[in-house]
Design a protein around this ligand. Sequence first.
Ligand SMILES: NC(=O)C1=CN([C@@H]2O[C@H](COP(=O)(O)OP(=O)(O)OC[C@H]3O[C@@H](n4cnc5c(N)ncnc54)[C@H](O)[C@@H]3O)[C@@H](O)[C@H]2O)C=CC1
Ligand SMILES: O=C(O)[C@H](O)CS(=O)(=O)O
Length: 485
Amino acid sequence: MPSLADKALFRDRAFIDGNWVAADDGATFAVDDPATGNAIGHVPMMGEVETRRAIAAAQAALPAWRARTAKERATVLRAWFDLILASQEDLARLLTAEQGKPLAEARGEVAYAASFIEWFAEEAKRVYGDTIPAPRPENRLIVIKQPVGVVAAITPWNFPAAMITRKVGPALAAGCTVVVKPAEATPFTALALAELGCRAGVPAGVLNVVTGVPERIGGELTANPAVRKLSFTGSTRVGKALMAQCAGTVKKVGLELGGNAPFIVFDDADLDQAVAGVLASKFRNAGQTCVCANRILVQDGVYDRFAERLAAAVAGFRVGAGVGDGVTIGPLINAAAVDKALGHVADAVAKGGRVLIGGGRHALGGNFVEPTVLTGVTAAMVVMREETFGPVAPLFRFAIEAEAIGMANDSDAGLAAYLFSRDIGRIWRVAEALECGMVGINEGVFSNEVAPFGGVKESGIGREGSRYGIEEYLDIKYLCLRLPA
Ligand SMILES: NC(=O)C1=CN([C@@H]2O[C@H](COP(=O)(O)OP(=O)(O)OC[C@H]3O[C@@H](n4cnc5c(N)ncnc54)[C@H](O)[C@@H]3O)[C@@H](O)[C@H]2O)C=CC1
Ligand SMILES: O=C(O)[C@H](O)CS(=O)(=O)O
């Protein structure tokens, strides 16, 4: 267990109906520190029965929670926000222990996670309806918005705090109740957030966290008719399966899925700005984010200079355990992630690509991979089609703008894209032509709580954060009133 100032934040039980509980049969599974491979603790291995109990608790808590005024729900969320920030250091240490990211990044993620609770505490009070001019004089037409009800949230391991609050914040603000299944690799952050929510006054049953076998928990969450919405963040493969599983009970779905972001550097770009953009976009969380630059497209005129400057900057990274002083690149989440990243490098080299820097396992061994820059990369290579989810920057060369747009859009994914140029006409042409949900323009990191986060094509459905995020947890109801004679 990581050393915490507030030891009560280390919860190794699931959280159902306001109680910390074990699996019915007492089974548990280990959670490992990706930097050392050592277990940091164990959590319950739950399945359908415990999940059904959590859904029933959420259903029982729904009437009272949705009956609270928006201001009352906002007050609880605001208290939760304050407690999260007050526990930022403990939450960051817990997050780094189970996910591996550098402590500085973990602190940033905790603040980012808290910002969604703060934002939706405010948005709760701005769920407006409509009045509509009636076509008949005896009628009055009104639109009201109501919480969808019990929500299931299934979240990934790469942002164990922010992906929870980006769902639970709007859900609770709207008057919904939630059952969360965090990634099996990173449950402790979710459980600590539930502890703080409880302290903030979130009533029993409003927020539940179930840990265990994904397929069994997910099977119950997607089939149980009491669950009216599924919000999922994770791989496209799993997202498609869960979407299909929800069809049987026609649940609302919100899907934040895989990416394959193009990062386009034009001849007229500010190269220092573009290099900084790649460092921020590609190497954040050791490349394990869905909005990472995955394909770096560089125009002929600046390709060699850009490659040289990027390699020099990448050489400045410090690889190590997230708790290490000055560490900027932590371990990948597990051995499979290492094999995938190195497999992409090997495939590129086998097909004529060249390693400019890095390219192999780091001397630290284990889950540590050298930050890597590849040149001479072509469309025949796997890095073009698959999300690497590791610290590998493949540089593709292009000649003209139309070619870059064609390459960028040649993907089933459509989450994020980046373009670096100082030509305003080009910026507008390319930004409007890119098939994605979010575009960074001369900017490598654009995520925040106020802007709509989400993708198109096979990168997902719906938006999170922003003024749009709460709408995902509301149903629209139309009232047609005939005035008494
Ligand atoms: N669009 C976005 O905002 C984000 C997308 N991702 C994507 O997620 C992937 C990496 O995250 P992972 O956690 O490895 O993805 P994953 O899809 O394997 O797991 C995500 C969550 O789904 C659960 N899960 C897996 N199989 C399940 C099943 N059959 N039934 C129910 N739950 C199941 C896991 O336990 C975890 O909680 C990458 O493809 C990345 O692009 C990750 C973060 C954000
Ligand atoms: O899980 C992710 O990759 C996050 O959505 C990326 S971000 O929101 O931190 O940009």
